[in-house]
Design a protein around this ligand. Structure first.
Ligand SMILES: [Zn+2]
Length: 593
């Protein structure tokens, strides 16, 4: 369902200055009617990224990244469509109109907005108190002693909660908030004998923001050793839920999208230290084992997740479970081996960023990391010790996908170190593994593992499938050109799942939701495409570009097969076709020919 009215989305799109928008991120040079620069989506020395202001398009001749202002904001900021629209509306000062909501939902939203404003003001209050008050001197010293950069602390809005019982409460009331609201937002609480008081007192505060930078709660650390507990978070409430947050995600999201990786550390100071050292793609899970919600959020930031955690704290089972769930989502989880007893903050302070970067480069797949730990701890001098190690290693091997490089490498590692044949570690069949008793049970405890995975949304489609869906949705949104392009896309050129969708659209482009097929999967996909067309309006040039990209991908695919089959004449024709298609892209982008 569309959140904003189509008209107001169009207003936002009209207001966008594509060259200004892209130019704020990369340096653009004017060439004829186009602007060119170094691509923000891949590493390059000579510019192949081009912007067409007239059509509001971008295209990279190097990596094929393409789209309009909205996809540019989505990709570079890691935002969903509606969030990108809001971002652009803010930037260009356009008022967005919401589609009519039911009154209950509207009331809930208004209340949430109000509580979030309260949290934001409170974050500002704490931050000012940290830097300006005499009382916070010990806190400032504590942070400075850990080598944390003032600029980074200010950017993360780290603050200090005064020791008085009601400073925040009074400030909130002055701003027109009722004490109940302050409790609901998690900054105040009720006493045993009634009455209200500030939840955080005499503590360093860390705002916990969502991916868009909206403060939803606080984590707070004691300054004095006598204070208990050492860490105190917002209590669970309508905005803040334990285990969902990633500290620093708002600031790490864009850098993570650029770097293609996100670094996960344990605590607040680790994140602050890494950002201070230029590793801006770092977030913290704050003491919990990685939760499914956090994994989803990480997956939105980048496909490679580097876990720089205290290995013992997270535990083998939880790690392997997370790694499996990550694989299902098309992500890759890797473990950074930290020297024993040290955390990233200390490592960066002692050895600098390059040394830490080297640790990141040596990150291992989760099963390999665990296997190395087992091998290092095993008594390899005795047959008994080697058998015990084998028992612990088999489930690790079983947890890797069959016929994968990860498994091959793992098997090689184990057979080399234990000097046993590969048949000792690779199960013949899956059932053999589970018959082996508790020690060879697939790791994680079935029920818990299954429950954790069931809560995850369905694995996201591959990038190719996403591009094809977007193309089909644009055909629905721009039926005039869409009809022609649907015919031109060959049936076999789409992923198998999307072929029936194309076939349906060819017959029902004007009303795709009419006469839906019986097959529930097909019907669901068609509905999804139709809704996408409704909620993410595009334009004819964007559709044209998306079509040409599918064409380029098809030609490349056919070229590969022609090369394998040594069909030289076909190769020659395909190369010509590729040149023609590229020329069409260049023309669409306004390149003078
Ligand atoms: Zn590129």
């Amino acid at each position: 369902m569309a959140i904003f009215t189509r008209g107001s989305v169009e207003h936002v799109k009209d207001a966008i200055d594509m060259v200004e928008l892209v130019g704020a991120r990369i340096h653009l040079r004017r060439v004829g009617t186009r602007h060119v620069g170094l691509c923000p989506f891949h590493d390059e020395r000579t510019p192949s990224f081009s912007v067409n202001a007239e059509h509001g398009l971008y295209y990279c001749f190097g990596c094929g990244a393409s789209g309009d202002a909205i996809s540019f904001v989505r990709e570079t900021e890691g935002l969903a469509f509606a969030e990108a629209i809001e971002h652009l509306a803010d930037r260009y000062g356009v008022e967005l109109e919401r589609e009519e909501e039911d009154p209950r939902a509207e009331e809930d939203r208004r209340r949430r907005d109000r509580l979030m404003r309260l949290l934001d003001r409170t974050a500002t209050f704490y931050a000012r108190y940290l830097w300006d008050s005499a009382e916070a001197r010990a806190a400032r010293d504590h942070l400075a002693a850990r080598g944390l950069d003032e600029q980074v602390l200010r950017a993360f809005r780290v603050g200090y909660a005064p020791s008085a019982w009601n400073r925040v409460l009074l400030a909130g009331q002055r701003d027109g908030y009722a004490p109940e609201e302050m409790v609901a937002a998690g900054v105040a609480q009720t006493g045993r004998r009634g009455g209200y008081f500030d939840r955080f007192r005499a503590r360093i505060t860390f705002p916990l923001a969502d991916a868009r930078g909206r403060v939803l709660g606080f984590g707070a650390r004691a300054v004095r050793d006598s204070q208990k507990p050492k860490y105190l978070n917002s209590s669970e409430n309508e905005l803040y839920r334990k285990g969902r947050h990633l500290f620093g995600i708002d600031r790490a999201r864009a850098p993570a999208a650029r770097a293609g990786r996100v670094i996960v550390v344990e605590g607040y100071t680790d994140v602050l230290a890494l950002h201070g050292a230029g590793l801006d793609e770092s977030v913290a899970i704050m003491g919990t084992a990685l939760t499914p919600e956090q994994l989803v959020e990480l997956g939105r930031a980048a496909t490679t997740v580097l876990m720089a955690l205290d290995a013992d704290a997270s535990g083998q089972e939880a790690m392997l479970r997370a790694a499996r769930a990550a694989t299902e989502r098309g992500m890759e989880l890797r473990v950074v081996a930290l020297p024993e007893g040290s955390d990233p903050a200390e490592l960066v302070a002692a050895d600098g960023a390059p040394a830490f970067e080297r640790l990141l480069e040596g990150a291992l797949s989760v099963p390999e990391f665990e296997a190395r730990r087992v091998l290092d701890a095993a008594d390899l001098g005795t047959a008994h010790g080697r058998d015990r190690a084998l028992e612990r290693l088999r489930p690790l091997v079983a947890a890797t996908p069959q016929r994968s490089v990860v498994r091959d490498e793992l098997v090689r590692l184990v057979t080399d170190r234990l000097e046993v044949p590969a048949s000792y570690v690779t199960p013949g069949t899956a059932s053999e593994v589970s018959r082996g008793g508790p020690s060879t049970e697939p790791v994680g405890g079935r029920d818990r593992g299954a429950a954790a995975e069931a809560r995850l949304p369905r694995p996201s489609p591959s990038p190719v499938e996403r591009a094809e869906r977007a193309f089909l949705a644009m055909c629905v949104g721009q039926p005039r050109l869409g009809r022609e392009l649907l015919e031109r896309v060959g049936e076999d050129d789409l992923s198998e799942r999307l072929r029936p969708v194309r076939a349906h659209l060819v017959d029902h482009l004007d009303d795709p939701l009419a006469a839906l097929p019986e097959d529930p999967d097909e019907a669901a996909l068609i509905t999804e495409v139709a809704m996408l067309a409704e909620s993410e309006p595009s334009s004819e040039p964007v559709l044209q570009l998306s079509f040409l990209q599918l064409e380029l991908r098809r030609v490349d695919r056919q070229l590969r097969s022609a090369a394998q089959e040594r069909e030289f004449e076909r190769q020659r024709l395909l190369l010509e076709e590729r040149e023609r298609t590229r020329a069409q892209v260049a023309e669409l982008m306004g390149e003078a020919r």
